[in-house]
Design a protein around this ligand. Structure first.
Ligand code: ATP
Length: 337
C-alpha cells in the first residue's frame, strides 16, 4: 500500500503551494489516476512519491516504510518506487535489452538469471522484437514501455508514471495501456499515473485523485465517485455524454408537472434496466431528452437527462437514488425567473 499523508510543498520563489495537504491511498493491484489540469501539482506530487523531491511536510510510505530521498544518479539502481518521467532517462548507449539488464547487473544477478528476467520483461512490455534495437529506433511510446520495464527490473513494487496522455488514450494504440493492465493484473503492483486526459482515467484507473491548485477535490474508487450525486469526477469523466448546460429550452412541449432529472447509472445492469423499471413500478411517464453511455473502468456508465411526470414521480426518484445511481433534479433557470 502506498500512503500519502498531508503532503505540503511550496517550490522556491513561489507564493502559492504546489501541494496543499494532499492525501492519497493506492492499493496493490490497482491503478490510481492523479487527474488535474496543467499546474495542479501532479508532477510535484509524483516526484515526492518517488523520492526525487522532498516535501515541506507530510509523509509518503510504501507498506508502512517511509520513501527515502533518492541520492546520486545511478540510473537503474534498485528502487521500491519506479518513476517513469515524461521524458526518458534511459541509457542511450545500450540496446533495449541492455537497458533492462542494467538494474539486474547492479543488483549482482548472474548472467543466466539476468537473461531469464530480461526475457520476461521484454515479453511483458511487448518489446521482444526490439530486444537488440538501439533506442534511437524506438517510437516515443515504445520508449515509455522500456522505461516501465527498467523500473520493474529495478525492483519497483510501486510504479509511478508522469503525464500519461496520448500514449494510452485513443491516439496511442493502447500498447502502454496493455502493459499497465498486465502490471496491475499479473504482477499485482500499485500503479499511480498522472494525467489531464479523462480518457486515460476512464480506460485504465480503478481509483482517482482529482487535484486542483495543489488540493485534492475528490478521491476514491472511480465507479463509487461516479455514483455520487453531483460528483466532480462524474462532471470530468462523463464529458462525452454531458447534459446541456441550460435546461430551459428542453422544457418546451413537456407537461407542466414534468420535472427534469439528470441520472448517472453505473454498471451494465443498471444502465440496461433501472429507468424502464422505474417507469413500470411507479407508473410514471418518462421522456429521454439527452445523454448516452460510455465505458469506464471495464463497465458501462450512462448519464441521461430525462423528464418525469405522474403521481409516482417522488417515489420513483427516491427509489432510483436508493439504487446504484446518482439522480438529481435539474435547476431550470427559466422556471426560477
Ligand atoms: N521546480 C519548480 N520551481 C518552481 N515552481 C515550480 C516547480 N515545479 C513546479 N512548479 C510550480 O508548481 C505548480 C504545480 O506544478 P506541477 O508541475 O506540479 O503541476 P502539473 O499538474 O504536473 O502540471 P503539468 O501538467 O503542466 O506538468 C505550478 O504552479 C508550477 O509552476
Amino acid at each position: 500500500m502506498l500512503a500519502v499523508e498531508n503532503l505540503c510543498k511550496t517550490h522556491p520563489h513561489r507564493a502559492e503551494p504546489a501541494l496543499d495537504g494532499v492525501e492519497l491511498r493506492a492499493r496493490p493491484a490497482t491503478i490510481c489516476g492523479v487527474f488535474g489540469p496543467a499546474g495542479s501539482g501532479k508532477t510535484s506530487l509524483l516526484r515526492c512519491l518517488a523520492g526525487l523531491d522532498v516535501a515541506d511536510s507530510g509523509r509518503v510510505t510504501v507498506s508502512g516504510r517511509p520513501v527515502a530521498l533518492r541520492r546520486g544518479r545511478r540510473r537503474g539502481a534498485r528502487r521500491p518506487v519506479g518513476f517513469v518521467p515524461e521524458s526518458d532517462a534511459l541509457l542511450h548507449e545500450c540496446t533495449v535489452a541492455g537497458n533492462i539488464a542494467r538494474p539486474f547487473e547492479l543488483a549482482g544477478f548472474d548472467r543466466v538469471a539476468r537473461q531469464v528476467r530480461v526475457a520476461e520483461l521484454l515479453e511483458l512490455t511487448g518489446l521482444r522484437a526490439e530486444s537488440h534495437a538501439s533506442l534511437f529506433q524506438l517510437r516515443p511510446e515504445q520508449l515509455r514501455r522500456l522505461q516501465v520495464a527498467q523500473a520493474l527490473a529495478a525492483g519497483a513494487s510501486v510504479l509511478v508514471l508522469d503525464d500519461v496522455d496520448e500514449h494510452v488514450g485513443s491516439g496511442g494504440g493502447g500498447a502502454l495501456a496493455t502493459v499497465l493492465d498486465r502490471v496491475r493484473g499479473e504482477l499485482g503492483l500499485t500503479v499511480v499515473l498522472a494525467t489531464d486526459d479523462s480518457e486515460v482515467v476512464r480506460r485504465l484507473c480503478d481509483d482517482v485523485v482529482v487535484l486542483d491548485g495543489g488540493r485534492v477535490l475528490e478521491s476514491g474508487p472511480v465507479l463509487e465517485l461516479l455514483a455520487r450525486r453531483r460528483s466532480r469526477t462524474a462532471e470530468l469523466l462523463l464529458d462525452p455524454v454531458a447534459a446541456p448546460a441550460v435546461a430551459g429550452p428542453l422544457r418546451a412541449g413537456l407537461p407542466g408537472d414534468a420535472c427534469l432529472v439528470d441520472v448517472v447509472l453505473v454498471g451494465y445492469a443498471a444502465v440496461g434496466s433501472l429507468l424502464p423499471l422505474a417507469v413500470s413500478r411507479f407508473g410514471i411517464a418518462m421522456t429521454y431528452l439527452s445523454g448516452g453511455v460510455v465505458p469506464v473502468a471495464g463497465t458501462l456508465v450512462g448519464r441521461f437527462r430525462v423528464s418525469i411526470a405522474g403521481h409516482g414521480t417522488g417515489r420513483a426518484l427516491d427509489w432510483l437514488a436508493s439504487q446504484r445511481c446518482a439522480v438529481w433534479e435539474v435547476e431550470d433557470p427559466t422556471m426560477a425567473a
